[in-house]
Design a protein around this ligand. Structure first.
Ligand code: SF4
Ligand code: SF4
Length: 424
């Protein structure tokens, strides 16, 4: 089932593209292939043909080029005409999903359900640990055509860390009251990062409230053409945060989730029961680094003598335009050297489930990222999105360069950890 959309507005949004080509050098798939069909401008032309009925949704050629788009949104800030490429892409993918081969569509929908339901994700992780990874037959079902070599992800060895308490008290006087997204993938795979996030918030005077029954934000569904499910999940998440009155912010430590939650007002603009609630919810959403940078960091920090390179997660840098806040926070850590990373804002190839559905392009971009990390001379990579953490870690396995979330690096530098209540 697809979501209905305003055809006249969509047509006018497509026409905002004046074909200037300024976005081409920012596009990772264009950088890799040099092909107009794998550029934002080329894809917009295809979306227009699809919209006007000149090509069929089932055209494999068209689907190949739209599928190969990472949805990284690097083309948006590069565009002088303000084309909202992400919106155009979401609608095109929603329509194209209908024309996908049945087995592939079902496999993708099942994968999204498994990834975004913590109970199902635990089961899949345990099974894949036993079998040594995603079975090749399943991986091949997920892929586009022509098929590539299935990807291997580097996931944390330990998952399902104990959940955080529902209320975490601030250190010292309360400066803010925040709700925290614990996420679906984050909760199961990166519970330690959730704990690190809560610790740095509390250390800076935030009371942190956590709804233990909150669900998925729907980002992965929305970005993969399952907009009906994305809207349902968005409404459930808004409901989950509704009991928290008087929040100063909803804080998010996953770039992909944050970018979607900031767009709930837009996603649900035509749903009378949620229009104003969704807009109010989105206005409260902040990435952790963005929020702490605005609040002002006050927690004392101790020395952390490391050479770090910061990789811009696409949905933080391009979708949310948050680039300086994490660098400023990391830059205040005594003895931490932040080295320039060449092409820091070029996608690493992870891109949600892209590394499973488009493994060849994902691996090319992973290799490109690894080469740039090595060229930077860094001994540690820092990035604020679970997909980037897992994918860049996989690429750096043989180079002994670990990858951390900014919250983890900042917590390691706290002079006093509020969750341990002891001097480190
Ligand atoms: S979203 Fe990323 S991959 Fe897709 S067209 Fe834009 S820049 Fe290229
Ligand atoms: S998307 Fe923007 S930058 Fe790219 S060709 Fe169209 S108008 Fe130019």
């Amino acid at each position: 089932m697809t979501v209905s959309y305003d055809r006249v507005k969509y047509s006018s949004d497509l026409d905002n593209c004046v074909h200037c080509g300024f976005c081409l050098p920012a596009c990772p798939t264009y950088l890799e292939t040099g092909s107009e069909a794998d550029s934002p401008r080329g894809r917009i032309v295809m979306m227009k043909k699809l919209h006007e009925g000149d090509v069929e949704q089932k055209s494999v050629d068209l689907r190949r080029h739209i599928d190969k788009c990472l949805g990284c949104l690097a083309c948006e800030p590069a565009c002088p005409s303000g084309v909202r490429y992400g919106d155009l892409l979401d609608v095109a993918r929603d329509r194209m999903n209908e024309a996908r081969p049945f087995l592939q569509r079902t496999a993708r929908a099942s994968l999204l359900t498994s990834l975004t339901d913590p109970d199902k994700l635990r089961t899949v992780l345990k099974a894949s640990k036993l079998s040594g990874g995603l079975p090749e037959s399943v991986a091949r079902l997920l892929m586009g055509d022509p098929l590539g070599t299935p990807s291997r992800l580097s996931l944390p060895q330990e998952f399902d860390i104990a959940p955080l308490p529902s209320i975490i008290r601030p250190t010292g006087e309360r400066r803010a009251r925040v709700g925290m997204l614990t996420g679906c993938v984050m909760r199961v795979l990166y519970g330690d990062v959730n704990s690190d996030t809560a610790a740095i918030l509390a250390a800076n005077g935030c009371e942190v409230l956590i709804n233990q029954h909150q669900g998925c934000c729907g980002a992965l569904h929305g970005h993969n053409g399952f907009r009906v499910q994305a809207r349902t999940l968005a409404k459930k998440l808004i409901d989950a945060f509704t009991p928290f009155d008087g929040l100063d912010a909803i804080v998010i430590n996953s770039a992909g989730c944050g970018s979607s939650m900031k767009e709930f007002g837009h996603l649900l603009a035509d749903d009378p029961a949620y229009t104003s609630r969704a807009a109010a919810f989105s206005a409260l959403c902040f990435d952790t680094s963005e929020f702490l940078d605005q609040l002002g960091w006050i927690a004392p920090l101790k020395s952390l003598p490391i050479k770090a390179a910061y990789h811009d997660a696409c949905h933080l840098a391009h979708a949310q335009r948050v680039t300086e806040a994490p660098r400023r926070l990391l830059g205040q850590i005594p003895d931490l050297t932040l080295l320039p990373l060449p092409e820091a804002d070029v996608c690493c190839g992870s891109a949600g489930i892209y590394n499973l559905t488009e493994p060849d392009m994902a691996k090319s971009l992973q290799r490109r990222k690894v080469q740039n990390v090595i060229a930077s001379g860094a001994s540690v990579v820092v990035t604020g999105n679970p997909g980037c953490l897992a994918w860049i870690s996989a690429g750096l396995t043989e180079h002994d360069i670990p990858v951390f979330h900014p919250a983890s690096v900042l917590r390691a530098s706290l002079a006093v950890d509020p969750l341990f209540s002891a001097e480190l």
